[in-house]
Design a protein around this ligand. Structure first.
Ligand code: ZN
Length: 57
């Protein structure tokens, strides 16, 4: 499993996600970013930040 803590990219956010693979994490993050952070588009830069912060769980 892989895990990602949104707070690693967005200071103060306490949401975290787990998924079997990176794609699963990114899909959840995209939905969360839109719903909770008002991001209508996940930029390549954001994807890079998220990928860099994904850890094995
Ligand atoms: Zn967040």
């Amino acid at each position: 499993m892989k895990a990602f803590a949104c707070g690693d990219v967005v200071p103060g956010c306490t949401r975290s996600f787990t998924a079997p693979d990176e794609q699963g994490i990114l899909a959840q993050v995209a939905a969360h970013a839109g719903a909770d952070h008002g991001l209508t588009e996940v930029s390549p830069e954001l994807v890079e930040q998220v990928r860099a912060a994904i850890v094995f769980a």
